[in-house]
Design a binder for this molecule. Structure first.
Ligand code: TYM
Length: 330
């Protein structure tokens, strides 16, 4: 049995970078024939991570449900995967405390996301400890694989280090989880700046296409996406165009190579209008499902309750073993 764990922060609008780097991978894993019988999948909405930077409490509650509904709308099937809200399983922060006691301070200081975020916000202890909470998420379920975008690689390396450290100190307990990162789609870039990744916290709304954007917004953002000084698609597209072709490939469900051969010679304007059309039709399908799910939040609540119950039965087994090994009363 292989365990897969991943999560998204409900800290803003989910965008096509999250979809391409994470959610579409999760759906592929979930539906892969060779996996169906022998995988246990956990997809979490990590609200305790989200509050490490300022959040409006009312908006946060709404965003948690929005992200959960988007998981379903993007194709996560609650009959095949367990979807739950991180804060509804108190084993996560509890285990974080235990892991804190074996985490080297210096290693957290070297985390690039901590450095980046603490430049933008006044750093609190929670933000510093963010990677340990993430390690707890992963290790509590004896996870084998963590499907994520490139930006999470360093956090998963820390998770492996902590698992190894724990095993050495207290005896073999944890498997070492591996990051699963798709090479071509690991890092979707901003449509306005091909040197920085598409991000929920981008101040320029034109850089990011959100899963719930309207047709008008999608067309406008694609039309205004930066390109380069050329005028038509070449065999080896430059960074900005390569980013748009990557996005096109994922929604077209074909390789980057096949997309470039299909598009070579097309003017940038023509390509952009094809891409916008593809995004509008793909995202409108997701949005239709999303509206359906949100019109009956009772069903969504049931999925989340079942997910949390199941998650707790799994995580409590790990936590019990860990506490015994550390000499903490169970
Ligand atoms: P978050 O919420 O920032 O992002 C969610 C997922 O989307 C991926 N992603 C991208 N992939 C490609 N291109 C982009 N521009 C892009 N932007 C975001 C992220 O890599 C991620 O997979 N720390 C995590 C959440 C987390 C988690 C976990 C993940 C908490 N605990 C345990 C896996 C396992 C985060 O901030 O994701």
């Amino acid at each position: 049995m292989k365990t897969v764990f991943s999560g998204v922060q409900p800290s803003g609008n989910l965008h096509i970078g999250n979809y391409i780097g994470a959610l579409s991978q999760w759906v592929n894993l979930q539906n892969s024939e060779s996996r169906i019988q022998n995988s246990e999948l956990f997809f979490c909405i990590v609200d305790l991570h989200a509050i490490t930077v300022p959040q409006d409490p009312k908006i946060l509650q709404e965003k948690v449900l929005e992200v959960a509904a988007l998981y379903l709308a993007c194709g996560i099937n609650p009959k095949k995967a367990h979807i739950f809200i991180q804060s509804e399983n108190p084993d996560h922060p509890y285990f974080t405390w235990l892991l804190n006691t074996i985490t080297p301070f210096g290693q957290l200081e070297r985390m690039t996301q901590f450095k980046e975020k603490s430049e933008k916000h006044e750093a609190n202890v929670g933000l510093f400890d963010y990677p340990v909470l993430m390690a707890s998420d992963i290790l509590l379920y004896q996870t084998d694989e963590v499907p994520v975008g490139e930006d999470q690689k360093q956090h998963i390396e820390l998770t492996r280090d902590l698992a190894e450290k724990f095993n050495k100190k207290y005896g073999e307990t944890f498997k070492l989880p591996v990051p699963v990162i798709q090479k071509e789609t690991a890092r979707v870039m901003s449509l306005q700046n091909p040197n920085s990744k598409m991000s929920k916290s981008d101040k320029d709304p034109l850089g990011t296409i959100n899963l719930l954007d309207s047709e008008k917004e999608i067309r406008e953002k694609v039309r205004r996406a930066v390109t380069d000084s050329g005028s038509s698609i070449s065999k080896n597209p430059s960074e900005a165009i390569a980013n748009l072709v990557t996005i096109y490939s994922v929604f077209k469900n074909q390789s980057f190579k096949n997309s470039t051969s299909e598009l070579v010679g097309k003017s940038y304007g023509e390509f952009k209008s094809i891409l916008a059309g593809l995004l509008v039709s793909s995202l409108s399908q997701i949005q239709k499902k999303y509206q359906g799910i949100r019109s009956g939040d009772k069903l969504l609540r049931q999925v989340l309750d079942e997910g949390a119950e199941f998650a707790k039965t799994k995580s409590s087994q790990t936590l019990k073993i860990v506490k015994e090994k550390m000499g903490i009363s169970a």
